[in-house]
Design a protein around this ligand. Sequence first.
Ligand code: URP
Ligand code: ZN
Ligand code: ZN
Length: 462
Amino acid sequence: MIKIANGTVITASDSFKADVFIDNGKVVALGQMPDAKADQTIDATGQYVIPGGIDCHTHMDMPFGGTSSSDDFESGTIAAAFGGTTTIVDFAIQSKGSSMRAGLDAWHAKAEGRAAVDYAFHMIMTEANPQTLEEMASVVREGVTSFKMFMAYPGVFLVDDQQIFKAMLRAGELGALITMHAEIGLPIDVMVQRALAEGHTAPVFHALTRSEVAESTGTERAIALAEMAKVPVYMVHLSAQRALERVMEARDRGLPAYAETCPQYLFLTEDHLRGEPGNEWKGAGYVCTPPLRPAHHHDHLWRGLRNYDLSVVATDHCPFCMKDQKELGRGDFSKIPNGMPGVETRLHLLWEGVTKGKISMNRFVEITSTAPAKIFGMYGKKGTLAPGADADVVVWDPNKKFELSKKNLHMKVDYSPFEGHVVPGSASHVFSRGELIVKNDAWVGKSQKGRGQFVRRGTFGL
Ligand code: URP
Ligand code: ZN
Ligand code: ZN
């Protein structure tokens, strides 16, 4: 029996002083029990005890843009753990012309024996044809209960409205959830080609060719399709005010429209894509899709998180090294692999939001753990501190300052988009299924590689 003593437990709904007892990988009791005996006691005086983070949007070892994201399931999940995230949901890919079975098998092979914390999968669906629509049932039965479809990336991931609509209808039958990359990619591609033809090759043109309107229009369209199909829909990586307004309107009409945003859209701006005087190439490290937006969007997104119009903060962790990977787009911004590292720094940055009064501590727990657990069918096992839940527990020290810097972080990438940013708090202890794996920035778990387990998720539960 392990006892986390004298801390303040924070859940999505409550804050209370309690000791947390862990046995056999599970939370077994919470309460003020000064005399209760334990084999191991962690003193959490002055600290918060929260459910382990759930990052429901990662891309480990993903082939993309002519290369593969630089973190694999081993390095990426170790980094996640250091940052207080104990479960990730990664995107398996059904490649065009291939089956979901093949995609899922490939992702199991990437993760099994490598992941250091628990993991689940969404399935990226690049075709909704009779075979893939049929296959959705077996994928759902295997605990992969959400599908991502893209309105962007023509020729790679883009699917048309008819396919999206068919997949939504099928998801409705199966109790699965369609998640949408809601940027309209066909006009974006024209903008990109026009910019290149005019000689604009620098990273900032990634942002200047992917307008906020392309995202808000995609968002509106995805919501309309879901409304017609009478199913819930979840917008991934929402970045901008007008797209958020489309989600707000839908929710005000009572529609089950959900959206996540990511720390990069809350903290970084389009200006980061401009690089530095004399070094505009530095902006390549900030190329992700949708792009970073001008600073005024930040307040709208924080308000969306406070008001429950945004449900989740995930990372869209998709790192590429500046050397050899982002380099592919020198001289042509459209060839810069899209994505940024983030799986390790999400809780740090969101906690800064708490200290600045942007969100409450309970909302912090909700958007980083409880809501993704509920939306993606893991709640009860994950996403809360209650008897019977997996003992994925983080002791969060609100006074443990931490510098977000390449030298302190574990993600396998040669830069940090937040280099030098000092955050006010960080994890002192991280438990995964009852095992203390990280203590004061050192790995103390018995094993690392391969200790993570696949999480079979339930169907959409809200
Ligand atoms: O830039 C990004 N977001 N890369 C990952 C692919 C995606 O669309 O999520
Ligand atoms: Zn996407
Ligand atoms: Zn993504």
